[in-house]
Design a protein around this ligand. Structure first.
Ligand SMILES: *[C@@H]1O[C@H](CO)[C@@H](O)[C@H](O)[C@H]1NC(C)=O
Length: 407
């Protein structure tokens, strides 16, 4: 009997050691977040183990674990018609509010997050989000099911999203869905915010595109891969959901790069070298000049004197603005529509968002910056049972309100 108790106590101690992470008490629902984070880490450890034992690519296993209980059929209701279809070879899920004769609706292209490797338009979390947006804004929402790592890598995710969006913007397709060509937004969260920001730049520059986006709305977007030592990357490097190490590995997997580069990336040794193009791009995300003093605090920029040029030779996409829309030229930014950027305090990506706000403002773009002092990365999709976060509901409702008022 004693042995059983001792074993139980040991297990409980191990479990609490695994679950317990010290969190700032100003973060939304810290206890819930601690359990959510432990679930994520557990799933990641399991998939890394499976990878190690040759059972499959760790991201494929992680995708399997994270979607197993989370699939949602395209179920219509009396308010919405929900359909899965294909736009020019790319899967999409469409949410259509009840049509009214002679009335055009607004349209929203939505790109889900998940590190270019996880998530999906057909998952419960994103299905719920898009339903709510479609109902509350009374808009047609097209949620893109682009292909993921490890099936495809940069820039295929982007190309899928581009193809589906181009198809949707065709005059005959817009007419079929009764969408007003002058009132269409593009939006996405996290890695989907990265794809949405790049697409918005591409469509703005493309003179063959007749109907431009009226708005872009970016939710804690990933905007650059050149600096893993912004103040938010430094202060939140161990923050739940998306710690710095995990973010850098998502980037490497997106580029199909070698994981052994991750340590060099974390100390900014991947882009520090004396390389004309790297210098130009770095200058466009120089946080010393782009961030206000209260955000910079005591943090110092991290630059290596040497750099490791062979990483760039292996992954030239590190200097591609289709990966780092924050580093686009001012001439491109000037063409962008009215923008909404949502950032969270407890997120390595906070400063990516804040810097984009600043660069867009400098380029003359109208920007709404919505910052959450108690927010953490990914919070907006944690607004449904059982991961019901106070800040999840607030971010989602304010995002929807902004879309409704501005689209
Ligand atoms: C950066 O890379 C160079 C060349 O590979 C190496 O000599 C240097 O030690 C690296 N610096 C850090 C901080 O890792």
């Amino acid at each position: 009997m004693k042995t059983v108790y001792a074993l139980l106590a040991a297990c409980a101690a191990l479990a609490s050691y695994y679950v317990y992470t010290p969190l700032p008490d100003t973060i939304s629902d810290p206890w819930k977040l601690m359990f959510l984070d432990a679930t994520f880490r557990g799933a990641q450890d399991l998939s890394n183990m499976a990878h190690y034992f040759g059972l499959g690519h760790h991201l494929r296993v992680l995708y399997f674990i994270s979607t197993y209980f989370d699939k949602q059929d395209a179920a219509s209701t009396d308010k919405l018609t929900v359909t899965d279809t294909v736009f020019d070879g790319v899967q999409v899920r469409i949410f259509e509010p009840v049509k009214r004769v002679g009335v055009l609706k607004r349209g929203i292209v939505y790109i889900h997050g998940g590190g270019w490797a996880l998530g999906g338009a057909r998952l419960r979390s994103y299905d719920h989000l898009c339903r709510k947006v479609a109902e509350d804004v009374d808009a047609v929402v097209v949620s893109i099911e682009y292909r993921l790592v490890p099936d495809v890598h940069f820039p295929e995710q982007l190309n899928d999203a581009h193809q589906a969006t181009t198809h949707f913007l065709r005059p005959d397709v817009l007419a079929e869905y009764s969408v007003d060509p002058n009132r269409i937004a593009i939006s996405g969260d996290s890695a989907g915010g990265n794809l949405a920001a790049v697409l918005c730049q591409q469509f703005a520059r493309d003179s063959s595109v007749v109907h431009k986006f009226k708005l872009q709305a970016l939710i804690y977007p990933v905007l650059q891969v050149l600096d893993f030592n912004t103040p938010s990357y430094q202060s939140n490097k161990d923050m739940p959901v998306n710690p710095r190490f995990v973010m850098a590995k998502f980037w490497l997997d997106y580029f199909n790069g070698d994981h052994s580069f991750v340590h060099a990336m974390l100390v900014n040794n991947h882009t520090s070298m004396d390389h004309a193009q790297a210098e130009t791009l770095r200058a466009r995300l120089n946080w010393n000049s782009l961030l206000p003093a209260q955000v910079k605090k005591h943090y110092q920029p991290v630059m290596q004197s040497m750099g490791t040029p062979h990483i760039l030779q292996k992954i030239p996409a590190l200097l591609d603005v289709r990966a780092s829309p924050l580093a686009a030229a001012k001439e491109t930014l000037q063409l962008l529509p009215k923008t909404y950027v949502l950032t969270c305090e407890y997120d390595v990506l906070r400063d990516d968002g804040i810097m984009y706000v600043k660069r867009l403002e400098e380029a003359g773009v109208e920007v709404e910056h919505d910052h959450y002092d108690d927010g953490f990365h990914g919070c907006m999709i944690f607004a449904t049972w059982p991961t019901y976060f106070c800040v999840g509901i607030r971010t989602r409702d304010n995002y929807i309100k902004w879309l409704d008022e501005n689209l």
